[in-house]
Design a protein around this ligand. Sequence first.
Ligand SMILES: NC(=O)c1ccc[n+]([C@@H]2O[C@H](COP(=O)([O-])OP(=O)(O)OC[C@H]3O[C@@H](n4cnc5c(N)ncnc54)[C@H](OP(=O)(O)O)[C@@H]3O)[C@@H](O)[C@H]2O)c1
Length: 315
Amino acid sequence: MKYNPSKDIPNLSGKVILVTGGTSGIGKASVLELAKHRPAHIYFTGRNAQAAEEVVREAKLGGKDVVVTFIKCDLSDTRENIRKAFQDQFNSSRLDILIANAGVMAVPEGLSVEGFEIQFSCNYVGHAIILQLLRPLMVRTAEAHTDAGVRLVVLSSFGHTMHPPGGIEFDKLRTPDAGSKWRRYGQSKLADILLAKSMAKHYPQITSVSLHPGLVKTQLANSVDGSLISGALKLMSWLPLYSSPLEGAYNALWAATAPKAQIANGAYYDPVGKKEAKKGQSGGMADIARDADLADRLWQWTEEELKGLEALSFK
Ligand SMILES: NC(=O)c1ccc[n+]([C@@H]2O[C@H](COP(=O)([O-])OP(=O)(O)OC[C@H]3O[C@@H](n4cnc5c(N)ncnc54)[C@H](OP(=O)(O)O)[C@@H]3O)[C@@H](O)[C@H]2O)c1
């Protein structure tokens, strides 16, 4: 699909948007592009407050009247601290679009503050926490504004195909070095696809999708563990097959703003808007990403892990 965000993104007036990882790369490009289409408010998260200031400045140049708010929040922090960050800095009576974009790739092994494998924590658990905090607000928005087409868009990756055998190693999610860093990246990105599928099953009033953004020249490869691989990836990113951050945001922008009728709830998309190619085809989705039992198991694991985390309430 040819995509032109200037023409294809509709007027977003009244809508409230949250983009995680909006300080850099695809997330930043998404914030800046969405700001041009007159939403009521864009919230974005990240850890880098200095980069965030620049995003707010550029977004305001592009979008007259748009209110842009940075929520400083580390996705590998405790659930209490993530909740506090949102309680203190997010305040809205609606949430129309959540783009779960923040992520890390093949970083040095480690555990989050709560003891989850670091990539699984940043790429999956952190987003599951935010979703638990804000899902009632999204449901309320979908019910109060039936034309709103409320969305969850999760940035996965073609890299999900590197998942370990069995998809997700539930007994090793609190182990820092189970399998290679690429396998653990694959596991976290597979979990992102399964999250969107489970959301579609349990909350059909929200349109939830996951996607691969393409190969995009961003900061993502900078923290790859292993200086040789990291250097090679940085060099490769100068090849023409890598797209700009804005082009890399097209699939997410499409998924977040195209009419609801054009989007299959729960599907995984290749850029732009190409639905679930079969394994072996370009951009193919791993067979295990279609495994409903695995999706259910991850959903139950997540519910159990986040038991007691109270959603935020807004007037
Ligand atoms: N680039 C590609 O070719 C490619 C391909 C496939 C999938 N993806 C996916 O696309 C998404 C965006 O990546 P990108 O390429 O735009 O990378 P990027 O330029 O490195 O941006 C990553 C964003 O995530 C945030 N982030 C990272 N760790 C975080 C943490 N612990 N807590 C909070 N925020 C955190 C960063 O913000 P702070 O530094 O401010 O915290 C930054 O805004 C990722 O999910 C990635 O897996 C990218």
